[in-house]
Design a protein around this ligand. Sequence first.
Ligand code: NAP
Ligand code: ZN
Ligand code: ZN
Length: 349
Amino acid sequence: MTSTAAYAATSAGARLAPFTIDRRTPGARDVEIDILYCGVCHSDIHQARAEWGAAIFPMVPGHEIVGRVSRIGSDVTAFRVGDLAGVGCMVDSCRQCRECTDGEEQYCERGVTWTYNARDAKGAITFGGYSTRIVVDEAYTLRIPPALDLAGAAPLLCAGITTYSPLRHWKVGPGSTLGVLGLGGLGHMALKFGRAFGAHVVQFTTSPGKAADALRLGADEVVLSTDPAAMAARARSLDFILDTVSAPHDIDAALGLLKRDGTMTMVGVPDEPLSVAPFSLVSRRRSLAGSAIGGIAETQEMLDFCAAHGIVSDVEIIPIQQINDAYERMLRNDVKYRFVIDIASLARG
Ligand code: NAP
Ligand code: ZN
Ligand code: ZN
């Protein structure tokens, strides 16, 4: 065991504060990573506030982790000490079920071991990236291409793969019109991938002040979703919508934007059930779908795609001492477009 500095919530909704955790000594297939940067995902807020149901405390959030390998186990083949490495939302799964063997480990039938707010195979609580080091099986560790800016690469491990994977799955590309709902961490990555894949991209936002950024980030057009006339003008214009909104919102208004046979995929996970009028789907053979992150192999594919296309997240780097303020700012939609913690601030105390 190695004593490791971290920031934790000790109960639902408590302010995050300095906390010490133990990391296991690397086993034969483990990689120990000295964490450099960790992105701040809205899922960290949902879970630290127990908005998705029962949560495990103390909780050390953080699943957008980039760092440098400091130790490896005797059987590790894919990493050497000194390599860059990344960890996303998963640190283990059963490796045997149909989902795992298909490379869709995030849907493991026996249950994924999430990076935090979970228990590992031995029953120990998992702790995330708001900490100075982490120990992870090499099979769930990603290679970070050295060409990528490291702070900007951290959010790729969740916001990146969560938007890349559904755009690939639903074959968004040249000739398709993509709508993105919400311009936050996930939304801004969806704009970058939508443009890189060759789609015509329309950003829907509740924040008028984000319009110029949306165009810079990859949107061809921006629509203020609070303006009924602007929404009506877009009716039946989109082939695919990626819904990244973190709070309850009007699903029927969004479905009305889809053409016949269009699909809206939810990646945002508001903490309350949302209502859908059946006619929103029935009247134009529309589909409403969902998607969770992406498998390990697809996450590596996404990282390599980002290196080849010069894509990283637009980040605001913060010391960990500002994490509670960062949460409040995200809840006010005031993030451009991902907070990333400089973990050196934690080592400095
Ligand atoms: P974020 O950075 O806080 O962005 C969310 C954006 O949603 C806001 O910036 C805002 O954009 C919009 N929004 C917020 N409240 C709204 C409301 N009431 N009505 C309409 N729009 C609203 O959050 P994030 O990190 O991108 O995460 C977004 C959601 O995805 C969260 O629920 C998170 O838990 C979930 N998530 C899911 C997965 C998955 O695997 N499916 C992975 C990661 C995250 P505008 O200012 O542009 O309106
Ligand atoms: Zn996340
Ligand atoms: Zn499995």
